[in-house]
Design a protein around this ligand. Structure first.
Ligand code: MSP
Length: 526
């Protein structure tokens, strides 16, 4: 775990408001970043915004603004989401920043000098909405193009193309010999299936300025801007390259600063819809530019709500900001991480959210911490008794399982393992009935054992859960009278609570909520 760990999210298009899907990806990436830090690794976590291209230009025009003014105004709300979600990102990139333009142009200049590009004429169908060229293969059986492409037009234009075919055999070999490069395995198989059955077409990497001005100019032809995906993917290298990381800056001829820790290559967290961009185009771009390919691509599924696609038009949306305002940031972070494993698709229901909140957070973790502290306050004036090991084996087992799960990016699994301890400790309260012992002076020694075991289990849970619910974990630490943050997984060895130390004031962590009114929503989602 000594190597620095560089992790990124997809950068979101700045053409609307953030929704559940965007927030989910940022939260799970943050959980991975925090868990790696807690496991002792040096982490660099990057997220940001994809601001060029047709979609953004169109959105700006619709609001009567210049693309830059439009982006500057909207970027404030998106950066605010990162804060709202309590992301621990080390940097936030916007593709309109000068540092990014410099790196994109360095990549383009290098590939151009190597003779990787050709000029060609394109004549055929084009989707302005998706900014992509279409072929007959993209048509539905009825001859129309899927509605996701919006209006499809025909185009005749000259552009720069990047032939990918010379790299195809190398890429297949790379994916075959690195079984963990793309996860989960079914996404890896999907990419391999495609690469083995189809010849890669040349990638069009430019757009004529006359048609689309909102992009980064090609350094070797001012009549063109860079294709938005070529621009956007490069963001992952922009940050380490402009910091002077040798592995990113060096091959591009940018200044290297030896004191900068080696960051590149990164682990990318992305949604299933942008798999091909990240596992075909991007590795080939990097290989051609002489940079290492990504360490890993973790592909998550898509959320629906009530079994239907999220859609602004139909109003079937979950506003993450509204949920956080209503229920608290950790309730949101917990639910999305616990409900959906990294990979499959998920379904948000307000009832499911409220049920997990009530059962697992309020009655599970919240109740455990609250009653453990309250009993210690009432029966021992808040003073931690001598060490007892009654729950030590359960806590050690949970801690080992949680750490192993974090190390394997099994975030849902980490929570399931942690809740074994929550449930065990709550059951221990029922079994031992400390409220009865407190009435019987001959049981004083036993009561000390129970009280110690409970507060120590709470301490360990704070550490185990910090990557997912950092705010709550911090509150547990404070209520236990502990200084600092519960952000070191090595501190989960049993026996950390010091006999004679004094705990703080118990405060409910997850206030119980009234069940939803019949005609109302358990949770505000829009
Ligand atoms: N700008 C590109 C990514 C460029 S990365 C170099 C893009 N942006 S996006 O805003 O459309 O999507 C950003 C991320 O959110 C993607 O990883 C996408 O898969 C994810 N999601 C968008 N909708 C989603 C759901 N409904 N559910 C889960 N994630 C979803 O693509």
């Amino acid at each position: 775990m000594s190597e620095p760990f560089y992790i990124t999210t997809a950068i979101d298009y700045l053409n609307g408001q953030p929704h559940l899907g965007h927030a989910y990806e940022k939260v799970v990436t943050d959980v991975i970043a925090r868990s790696r830090r807690s496991l002792g690794q040096q982490v660099f976590f990057l997220t940001g915004l994809d601001e060029h291209g047709q979609k953004v230009q169109q959105a700006a025009v619709a609001e009567g603004k210049s693309p830059q003014d439009y982006c500057d105004a909207l970027a404030v709300a998106w950066k605010g989401l990162a804060t709202k979600l309590n992301l621990s990102n080390d940097d936030f990139i916007r593709t309109t920043e000068p540092r990014h333009k410099q790196v994109v142009q360095a990549v383009l200049a290098k590939l151009h000098a190597q003779g990787e590009f050709r000029v060609g004429t394109y004549e055929g169908w084009y989707s302005p909405k998706e900014e992509t060229f279409l072929t007959a293969k993209d048509r539905l059986p009825d001859g129309n193009f899927p509605s996701s492409y919006g209006e499809v037009i025909t185009l005749l234009e000259s552009n720069y193309f990047f032939p990918l075919k010379p790299y195809q055999a190398w890429l297949i070999d790379h994916i075959e010999s690195n079984p963990d490069f793309i996860r989960p395995a079914y996404r890896r198989n999907e990419v391999l299936g495609f690469l083995r059955s189809e010849t890669l077409e040349d990638l069009c990497i430019s757009r004529p300025k006359a048609r689309l001005a909102w992009g980064i100019p090609l350094p070797f032809d001012p009549e063109y801007v860079t294709y938005v995906w070529f621009d956007a993917l490069t963001n992952y290298v922009t940050v380490p390259a402009s910091m002077g990381d040798a592995g990113a800056a060096g091959p591009l001829g940018l200044p290297v600063r030896p004191e900068v820790p080696p960051l590149w290559p990164a682990v990318h967290v992305i949604g299933k819809d942008i798999l091909k961009f990240h596992t075909v185009y991007w590795p080939i771009m990097l290989k051609a530019a002489g940079l290492a390919v990504p360490r890993q691509v973790l592909v998550h599924g898509w959320w629906q709500k009530d079994g239907q696609k999220l859609s602004k038009t139909t109003g079937n949306v979950v506003d993450p900001v509204a949920v956080v305002d209503d229920w608290g940031v950790d309730a949101f972070r917990y639910y999305v991480t616990r409900e959906l494993d990294l990979g499959p698709d998920g379904n948000w229901t307000d009832a499911g959210f409220a049920a997990r909140y009530q059962a697992e957070l309020a009655n599970g973790l919240g109740n455990l911490v609250n009653r453990s502290l309250k009993m210690l306050k009432s029966y021992r004036a808040g003073k931690v008794p001598a060490r007892s090991d009654a729950l030590a084996a359960d806590a050690t087992k949970a801690a080992e399982a949680v750490k192993a799960a974090y190390a394997a990016f099994e975030l849902q699994g980490a929570l399931i393992a942690a809740w074994e301890l929550v449930n065990r400790a709550n059951k221990y309260v029922e079994e031992t009935a400390p409220f009865k012992m407190a009435k019987d002076p001959t049981q004083a020694g036993r009561l000390d054992e129970v009280l110690y075991s409970l507060v120590e289990a709470c301490r360990i849970l704070a550490v185990l859960l910090w990557p997912v619910i950092p705010e709550t974990a911090g509150k547990i630490y404070t209520q236990l009278g502990l200084a600092g943050a519960p952000d070191r997984l090595e501190s989960t060895s049993w026996g950390g609570m010091v006999a004679g130390s004094e705990v703080g004031e118990p405060q409910p962590l997850f206030p119980r909520r009234e069940p939803a009114a019949k005609d109302g929503n358990a949770c505000k989602t829009a």
